[in-house]
Write a protein that binds this ligand. Structure first.
Ligand code: NDP
Ligand code: MG
Length: 403
């Protein structure tokens, strides 16, 4: 008999990662975590919308095999920029090129961090191709959550929520989930920059005030969503799809310190929570390494320094978008798709100073007044999304005129 040689664990294979929305807030955090682990994480595909020079600069730092710019008119600038920088990264343009790369052999992990419903196609491509899917693009779940989760189940894709609340719940739920043992989940909300203010006092707040989030540094769209609490409404719908729970088992609790990222209540009276400093790199590191843990660059949470954790109920009168989202989830069908599309139009109009802050909810409500039946197909949901955008555009014109 030959002597037993103790086996050394083989090193984990290098994860090849597509970062979609690489120039954005989540994309930047993802690339930061990737760069900390050169032996196990590598960015192989980087994709952005319009910021072509920033994309070239990221390619120079991270040396991916492929770079994709969504706006096809910017293709020559991407190609020439990569060539002039002496990089071997291949240039691509357009949504179809992105979907092919995401579904192909060039990556095994996809960070879905494009903002808005425009991120649906690439997120779906990753789910269908059985990738490890780090899902930040919550709008795609709100628009087509059933289809997306079904696609992931069919292909065996691992979906890891990156939204901090859902990532917290993901960490708190046992691997073998027992639905009888789970009582409810509680999503925490910072309350945004206008927490504690009355509805009337929000009439003339500016985009600058709305995007100045007290705890998180994020892109402009989600920052406005946080100020209206629509972000939490989208997250309730997101949680419904990710964790397969009805609205009645998903609560929202305002927690201004943003240190408790969410909680799970079990039937025996136990509540598990995940805590940490408000920095998305923790969720991304969980996404890359789970069930293992890797360093993320986020400092240790020292509760003695913070001193206190406060909690309060959300104010649905001052922040009606949250109630609209609850209603859309309860209505089902295409209502969440309509809510999401109208909100994207309204937030964009607010950021362009065409409508007032309080009109965001009015635009969404106007679009929700027309929710047609849907067969639940992708085409049906995309049609509802398109119709809602037209209805919301009209509401914006009406409200801009009034203002
Ligand atoms: P940002 O606005 O900072 O970034 C958006 C990114 O999407 C940019 O890289 C942008 O490229 C890219 N993009 C836009 N349109 C396209 C397109 N058609 N094709 C390819 N790329 C496109 O947003 P965030 O990083 O803040 O948010 C991204 C997503 O993550 C959102 O769904 C958000 O809700 C979610 N999320 C974000 C959190 C955060 O902390 N920021 C927390 C939880 C969830 P370019 O700049 O070149 O136009
Ligand atoms: Mg969140």
């Amino acid at each position: 008999m030959s002597p037993q040689v103790p086996s050394t664990p083989s090193p984990a294979p290098v994860q090849r990662i597509a970062v979609l929305g690489a120039t954005g807030s989540i994309g930047t955090s993802a690339l930061d975590v990737i760069a900390r682990h050169p032996a196990r994480l590598r960015a192989s595909v980087l994709a952005a919308g319009r910021q072509v020079d920033a994309l070239v600069a990221l390619c120079a730092s991270h040396r991916p095999e492929h770079a994709v710019i969504a706006d096809s008119q910017l293709y020559p600038r991407l190609r020439d920029g990569l060539r002039d920088a002496g990089l071997s990264t291949q240039a691509h343009a357009g949504d179809e090129a992105l979907d092919v790369l995401v579904g192909g052999d060039g990556c095994d992990t996809v960070v879905a961090a494009i903002v808005g419903a425009t991120g649906l196609a690439s997120t779906l491509a990753a789910a269908r191709a059985g990738k490890r899917l780090l899902l930040a693009n919550k709008e795609s779940l709100v628009l087509a959550g059933d289809l997306l989760m079904q696609a992931a189940r069919s292909s065996g894709a691992t979906v890891i929520p990156i939204d901090s609340e859902h990532n917290a719940i993901f960490q708190c739920l046992p691997a073998q989930r027992d639905d009888q043992a789970l009582r409810r989940i509680v999503l925490t909300a910072s309350g945004g920059p206008f927490r504690g203010r009355s509805r009337a006092s929000l009439a003339d707040v500016t985009p600058e005030q709305a995007i100045a989030h007290p705890k998180w540094s994020m892109g402009p769209k989600i920052s406005v969503d946080s100020a209206t609490l629509m972000n939490k409404g989208l997250e309730v719908i997101e949680a419904h799809h990710l964790f397969g729970l009805p609205r009645s088992r998903i609560e929202v609790l305002v927690h201004p310190q943003s240190l408790v990222h969410s909680l799970v209540d079990f039937i025996d009276g136990s509540t598990l929570a995940q805590l940490g400093l408000p920095d998305m790199r923790t969720a991304l590191a969980v996404g890359f390494a789970w069930p293992r843990r890797i360093a993320s660059g986020v400092a240790l949470l020292d509760l003695a320094v913070h001193g206190r954790l406060d909690f309060e109920q959300p104010d649905l009168d001052a922040f009606p978008c949250l109630a609209l989202a609850f209603g859309a989830l309860e209505a089902g069908g295409s209502a969440p798709a309509v809510l999401n599309a109208a909100n994207e139009v309204a937030v964009s109009a607010f950021l362009q100073r065409r409508i007032a802050f309080l009109s965001i909810a009015e635009v969404v409500e106007a679009a929700l007044a027309r929710v047609d039946d849907t067969d639940g197909s992708l085409d049906g949901l995309l049609a509802a999304d398109a119709q809602a955008r037209r209805d919301a555009d009209q509401a914006v014109v009406r409200l801009a005129h009034r203002g």
